[in-house]
Write a protein that binds this ligand. Structure first.
Ligand SMILES: *Cc1c(COP(=O)(O)O)cnc(C)c1O
Length: 385
């Protein structure tokens, strides 16, 4: 067997994120069967506590898939063959969802938004009033490829007055941005384990409003693995329909117990403070935020003209042991994306800021001055822990 050459790195990507030590510990416990009284207790507690995170009285379901599985589940459980939908496309994840919907034969109207900007709710309102056949609006809450947060509350006000469901990819938003589903009127909300939940990649979450459940009863897109009707029946008996990701769910239990004890605000505050400090530190170094409406879950910093951003990112990782993400497609080499979710200390942020400055100066001497570096570092050191 060839050795795993993994070298630990400070993981500041918008998912996967650093996992807290207490969670790593529980992940190392021996396997148990999912149909046992002990595990069923954990499973029941987790499903109850997930309702707090989602801000809903409706059941929250766990899929053993990455977030994209939940994106697919949202479509197949609520829509019919040939349905018309409006898909907000403001970056890579919006593109993925619209493409996925087309694969299922949905008639997709793409509402293209300039990368870096949030969707204008009046555009959605206009699209829905000119085409009453639209059955659903799909949008990211945070478009991770551009670090933009969309105005979900405003969108929900609009969709609640129509027959269109509001289906929200909250994968980098749930746990980072308050999105109380019932209060806002979101019809479908999805999330993924490797983002604000601080878990390894591998499970995803989905909840449906009562109006989405009405649709789910008779929706006729093909669905088998992700059929939430079967899952609901099983959950109502205290079981899962398929085998459950026992190790992930035991780890989720640890995270949700903290959330129950400390409240969601504790997560929002820490993530929000890291985001604000990163934007300010970027500004201090002459690296502005790319997003006009920046999400707290991650920050995209614009690199100076003429810098090879792909090389900078690679050097930050190989020389300084900090993993950041670059830009995709039209943003390739132009931005650095820094995640704020997960188990991140201020020291990690100090290392990250220092490495960004060093790597930029190595490529083009004098890009960032010593004075700029020290003011940026002072900002991240001050973040409330
Ligand atoms: C991470 C992410 C996803 C899910 O991606 P997977 O790789 O399938 O987990 C979906 N949408 C957004 C906005 C994301 O950030």
């Amino acid at each position: 067997m060839s050795p795993n050459t993994f070298k630990p790195s400070i993981l500041l990507t918008p998912g996967p994120v650093p996992v807290p030590p207490e969670v790593l510990e529980i992940l190392a416990k021996p396997m148990e069967h999912h149909r046992t009284p002990n595990f069923e207790q954990v499973f029941a507690r987790v499903r109850e506590n997930l309702k707090t995170v989602f801000g809903t009285k409706q059941p929250v379901f766990i899929h053993t898939s990455t977030g994209s599985g939940a994106m697919e589940s949202a479509l197949v459980n609520t829509l019919n063959r040939g349905d018309e939908i409006l898909s907000v496309v403001s970056g890579k994840f919006g593109e993925r969802w619209a493409d996925m919907a087309e694969v299922y034969g949905l008639k997709v109207h793409r509402l293209n938004v300039k990368w870096g900007e949030a969707v204008d709710p009046s555009e959605v309102e206009k699209a829905l009033s000119t085409n009453k056949a639209i059955r659903a609006v799909l949008t990211q809450a945070c478009e991770t490829s551009t670090a933009v947060v969309h105005p979900i509350a405003e969108l929900a006000k609009i969709t609640s007055k129509t027959d269109a469901l509001l289906i929200v990819d909250g994968i980098t938003a749930v746990g980072a941005v308050p999105l109380p589903m019932d209060e806002l009127g979101i019809d479908v909300l999805i999330a993924g384990s490797q983002k604000a939940f601080m878990l390894p990649t591998g499970i995803a979450f989905i909840a449906l409003s009562s109006r989405a459940w009405e649709r789910a009863k008779s929706a006729n897109l093909p669905r088998f693995y992700f059929d939430l009707r079967k899952e609901k029946e099983a959950n109502d008996r205290g079981e899962s329909y398929y085998s459950t990701a026992v190790t992930h769910i035991r780890a989720l239990d640890v995270v949700l117990n903290w959330v129950q004890k400390r409240g969601m605000d504790f997560l929002y505050k820490r993530i929000g403070a890291l985001a604000l400090a990163t934007r300010e530190a970027g500004h201090a170094m002459g690296l502005p935020s790319f997003a006009k409406s920046p999400s707290p879950s991650l920050t995209a910093l614009v690199l100076p003209e003429g810098v090879d951003g792909q090389k900078v990112r690679a050097n930050i990782e190989s020389k300084y042991g900090v993993t950041l993400m670059g830009g995709q497609d039209q943003l390739k080499g132009k931005i650095l994306r820094i995640g704020h979710m997960g188990y991140i200390s201020n020291e990690d942020m100090v290392t990250a800021i220092e490495s960004i400055a060093k790597a930029l100066n190595e490529q083009k001497a004098g890009t960032i001055s010593d004075a700029q570096i020290s003011s940026a570092l002072a900002i991240v050191k001050r973040v409330p822990q």
